[in-house]
Write a protein of this length. Structure first.
Length: 475
């Protein structure tokens, strides 16, 4: 098969655009900073920038052509594909890519665990054939069509992440993806600034079933309080095949036994009538539960469950979502657990449980470093404060916190657990560089806007060597 992802003729036919030149693109890009040689550059109009201002740069960096809505001075007409609206055209490219493939397609949504679930499914199916999946957290109105537009025609397995923070956002995206399997990881009080109740969030997540292909399968968390609501939504969308996963009696993928360890978990489960024992290469009970849903998706897509079990043993956590480092500084060595990408009450509690299971000895401590959780609505301070009981229930020695919301939690903790508070992550970092001791286990978590990634980078930089050594595990 040709290496071309899109020829000029194919792209013009998909978008209804006008093209003069003859070219072929091997990829699709919307950002000149990450553009690769041979990409089709799509000049999107963003909130703060217009991609048309970067077309000259894109061509200079080796783009095969540019998808634009107007002529671009300094760029030859034969390097342009001209359309009325570039975002509409990107959606059209995605729709055409979906139509030309025979791949089995899964779509993932949920309040927590979307990206880690998508990455785990990517790892599973990469061991079973040609696999395509969303990059990073490309789960919105431009990320989903971009991921589709990048999908090679000969893809066998495809996994898409679909997100939202307002009602109605998922419907057009799932209809674009047309998944064979749609999974909702779980529903929790996330993005409450835009919803009046968690039930409304469940309804918004349930929109994913509206795009399921005829004969498709819904995969739903059996233990989540909103299981019945989601199941009813799936049935209302005409879904006949519904797979549930969880601990509860009656789940189609049911946990029978789990052994949690500091760096992995060992699991026995019944998967749609088939007994399975497997190892999960990432620690945490929340990930054990997600692994049940993963196996439900694999089963529904006709994948090999035995190979999936072997793939799960090799999993490592993605950056910002549980990735582990051993930091070796001049006078100390400590474990750093990077959960800095995002946060909500459910994922915070899961992170506390994982930190509580980290191995420490002697006088070493388990330290939680926490930034604000955002978009929680009018009760945001109380929601932060309520996490104090979850922390007190775990074997966590002290807490460092930053941000006006997280101060509510910090002030609710007993004095012996208060490590330090700062208004921002820069000041908090200086405290930690001073205070972290040899043998400590340090977990860092907060919403992306709280900039806890800066704390991770700062602690990694304390190492004498060029980079921290990621923990490796045998499978």
């Amino acid at each position: 098969m040709s290496d071309a992802l899109w020829t000029a003729e194919e792209a013009a036919a998909a978008t209804g655009g006008k093209v003069q030149g003859t070219w072929s693109a091997t990829g699709v890009s919307i950002d000149t900073r990450t553009l690769e040689l041979g990409d089709l550059f799509v000049a999107l109009n963003g909130d703060n920038s217009d991609g048309h201002a970067h077309v000259v740069d894109a061509i200079a960096k080796g783009a095969a052509a540019a998808l634009v809505s107007r002529p671009c001075p300094g760029v030859a007409d034969d390097a342009l594909l001209v359309v009325e609206d570039t975002l509409v055209a990107l959606n059209a490219l995605g729709r055409a890519a979906r139509a030309r493939t025979s791949a089995k397609v899964a779509a993932i949504t949920g309040s927590v665990g979307k990206t880690s679930t998508k990455e785990a499914l990517r790892a599973i199916f990469e061991d079973q054939g040609r696999t395509h999946a969303s990059a990073a957290s490309y789960n919105n109105h431009w990320g989903v069509p971009l991921t589709l537009a990048r999908m090679p025609a000969d893809t066998q397995w495809a996994i898409f992440e679909i997100g939202m923070n307002h009602p109605g956002e998922i419907v057009p995206l799932t209809q674009l993806v047309q998944p064979d399997v749609a999974m909702v990881t779980r529903v929790d009080a996330v993005h409450m600034a835009h919803f009046e109740s968690v039930e409304q969030i469940a309804d918004a997540k349930g929109e994913i079933f509206e795009g399921l292909k005829a004969g498709g399968t819904a995969v739903i968390n059996f233990d989540n309080p909103h299981h019945d609501r989601l199941k009813a939504r799936a049935e209302a969308c005409g879904v006949k095949q519904i797979i549930s996963f969880g601990e509860g009696v009656g789940a189609d993928v049911q946990l029978e036994k789990s052994a949690l360890h500091a760096t992995c978990s060992c699991i026995s489960a019944m998967v749609c009538g088939q007994p399975m024992t497997y190892k999960l290469g990432t620690p945490g009970m929340h990930l054990v539960m997600n692994s049940l849903g993963l196996l439900g998706v694999v089963s529904a897509m006709g994948g090999d469950l035995a190979l999936a079990g072997m793939s799960l043993a090799k999993l490592v956590a993605p950056k910002g979502r549980g990735e582990r480092h051993i930091v070796r500084a001049k006078d100390r060595q400590f474990l750093l657990i990077d959960e800095s990408y995002n946060a909500n009450p459910a994922s915070m509690k899961a992170a506390f449980a994982t930190l509580a299971g980290a191995d420490v000895s002697g006088r070493a401590r388990r330290i939680a470093v926490l930034g604000d959780m955002l978009e929680l609505g009018v009760d945001e301070k109380m929601i932060h404060q309520d996490l104090a009981s979850a922390l007190n229930d775990k074997n966590i020695n002290c807490v460092y916190a930053c941000g006006p919301l997280m101060q509510s939690l910090y002030d609710a903790l007993p004095v012996e657990r208060q490590g330090g508070y700062a208004e921002n992550s820069e000041v908090l970092l200086s405290m930690l560089v001073r205070d972290v001791c040899d043998g400590d286990a340090v977990m860092i978590k907060g919403s992306l806007g709280s900039r806890m990634g800066l704390v991770v980078d700062g602690l990694l930089a304390t190492e004498n060597d060029a980079a921290a050594s990621k923990i490796t595990r045998s499978s």
